[in-house]
Design a protein around this ligand. Structure first.
Ligand SMILES: NC(=O)CC[C@H](N)C(=O)O
Length: 222
């Protein structure tokens, strides 16, 4: 059975939901603690949403120096699937595993709502079970979700098919309507919306988040 680790930082909020989504997908969910440099032999890693270190300085800027991150960076560079959800995406940018940065939402409001997204590439470890161009609904909730990058970086992301998700109705001012991106290799993915909140019928929400977790399991079974 594949083992997927979820890292808890001080101020993480959605680690339990991510662990639950992993279990619902049929994998072993492995809680990991930010203060240890061990990833316990897992096959894939999720950096969950929340308010690590109270969002002091910038979202993810302090968590990026947690002991576990040096191991996560080595594993990601060796090809391990890593998914950063919201604060996790911010953290992946701070750790330079993904390019670009997040600033305050245009309008300066915290946004919490369902968001329509288009899947732009299925060539990643976390989206291979979707179809290209598929439209999905995933919950969004953040204050600093406005993705920005230099014109050169944006051009590179577009040219290399590294834009993974785009908002259909851009809620926060993100450049090129970008909701999520991947690295060159397609093993590291970050997105602002929260797939772990869209996996259970009981909530009445869409179940479109399940595709992230089934994708990584399909990838690991190859
Ligand atoms: N849901 C989240 O992970 C929020 C991330 C971050 N605290 C923000 O508000 O932008």
């Amino acid at each position: 059975m594949s083992r997927i680790g979820v890292v808890t930082f001080p101020g993480s909020l959605d680690d339990q939901d991510a662990l639950r989504a992993v279990r619902l997908a049929g994998a072993e969910a492995v809680p990991l603690w930010h203060g240890s440099d061990s990833i316990d032999g897992v096959d894939a890693i999720i950096l969950p949403g929340g308010f690590s270190y109270g969002d002091y300085l910038r979202c993810g800027a302090i968590a990026r120096f947690s002991p576990i991150m040096s191991t996560v960076i080595d594993a990601a560079n060796a090809g391990m699937p890593v998914l950063g959800i919201c604060n996790g995406f911010q953290l992946l940018c701070e750790a330079h595993l993904l390019e670009g940065a997040m600033i305050r939402n245009a309008g300066q409001q915290f946004i919490c709502r369902d968001e329509r997204l288009r899947v732009e590439t299925i060539d990643t470890t976390w989206t291979c079970d979707f179809s290209k161009g598929q439209e999905i609904t995933i919950a969004l909730k953040n204050g600093e979700g406005n993705y920005q990058a230099s014109p050169e970086t944006l051009r590179k992301l577009e040219d290399n098919d590294q834009v993974v998700f785009r908002y259909l109705d851009n809620p926060n001012g993100s450049a090129n309507d970008i909701a999520g991106i991947t690295n060159d290799r397609g093993n590291v993915v970050g997105l602002m919306p929260h797939p772990e909140h869209n996996v259970e019928e009981l909530t009445g929400a869409s179940l479109d988040g399940a595709g992230f977790f089934s994708s990584v399991l399909s990838f690991l079974a190859r």
